[in-house]
Design a protein around this ligand. Structure first.
Ligand SMILES: C[S@@+](CC[C@H](N)C(=O)[O-])C[C@H]1O[C@@H](n2cnc3c(N)ncnc32)[C@H](O)[C@@H]1O
Length: 259
């Protein structure tokens, strides 16, 4: 890994060649040393798509919440993996609501997308980024209209997740298919891993196929998940992590071993 610094963050290049940041105040890396791209694909995009493919039905609109959006790797990896999945052509709109407290990361999203890791995504889409009243809107427009690409929008709220999640819960008209929860570690920011957070997720999650993906397998997180009335399964290890977690409503989906 190599590192360099800017005003607020220490910058690192990880094992897969993708770049990440270190939060100086928490002394915590944004991603697993295996790589920001590798983690986004391995712990978020791939199991999320496997879950939806297994559910096997077409969705007019696929709804995803990306909590602690950071550099955007998880959503970007999901969109890219989606393009190569059997779901392509079965989903008309991919609607992503994201929340990130640090607005200074906004100039880095296009830089993340410019990496070779995301060339399939950038070959398919032109990405525009505009500032909005709540934060930013990233819109993905198909470069070649003859492909059955979905409309893709990422609405990024620059806010504290704890303030925004209850508002999203109140205004969410339809169940959410996927939630990516990628806060800093539960030992450093336990308030972002509370049962109240998972209760919000439990209230909006699609009861039959919805899934929450997160990297932590900490005992405190399992307890918070269980007290929110949800069930969890371990996903395979990656880099320094012993595994990740798939969380669902009871009786939804099936075991991670079969993903
Ligand atoms: C582990 S990093 C997320 C990495 C990110 N998913 C990515 O793909 O780059 C944690 C992120 O949570 C953000 N964060 C910290 N506290 C937050 C809060 N209360 N609400 C929303 N975001 C928060 C940090 O600024 C940081 O970007």
């Amino acid at each position: 890994m190599t590192a360099s610094s800017n005003a607020t963050h220490l910058r690192k290049t990880l094992k897969d060649g993708s770049f990440s940041l270190v939060d100086a105040s928490l002394n915590e890396t944004y991603h697993n040393w295996a790589g920001a791209f590798a983690e986004a694909m391995g712990h978020y995009a791939t199991p999320a798509l496997a879950l939806l493919e297994k559910a096997g039905h077409s969705l007019e609109c696929l709804r995803l919440w990306d909590v602690c959006f950071g550099l955007g790797y998880n959503s970007f990896a999901f969109i890219q993996a989606f393009l190569a999945s059997p779901l392509l052509g079965k989903v008309q709109t991919l609607e992503i609501q994201a929340v990130e407290i640090d607005g200074s990361l906004a100039p880095l999203w296009q830089e993340v997308l410019a990496q070779a890791h995301f060339s399939p995504l950038m070959q398919a889409f032109q990405v525009s980024q505009v500032q909005t009243a709540y934060g930013y809107l990233l819109s993905f427009q198909a470069k070649d209209a003859s492909f059955a690409l979905p409309d893709v929008h990422i609405h990024i709220y620059i806010a504290d997740a704890l303030a925004v999640l209850p508002q999203w819960l109140e205004t969410q008209a339809s169940p959410v298919d996927l939630i990516f929860h990628d806060a800093f570690s539960p030992s450093k920011v336990p308030h972002l891993w509370s049962s109240d957070v998972f209760k919000v997720y439990a209230s909006v999650l699609n009861p039959t196929h919805g899934g929450i993906l997160t990297y932590s397998l900490a005992r405190s997180v399992k307890t918070a998940v269980e007290s929110a009335g949800l069930v969890w399964e371990k996903l395979p290890p990656l880099g320094w992590k012993k595994g990740a977690m798939l969380v669902q409503r009871p009786n939804a989906g099936s075991t991670a071993a079969h993903l």
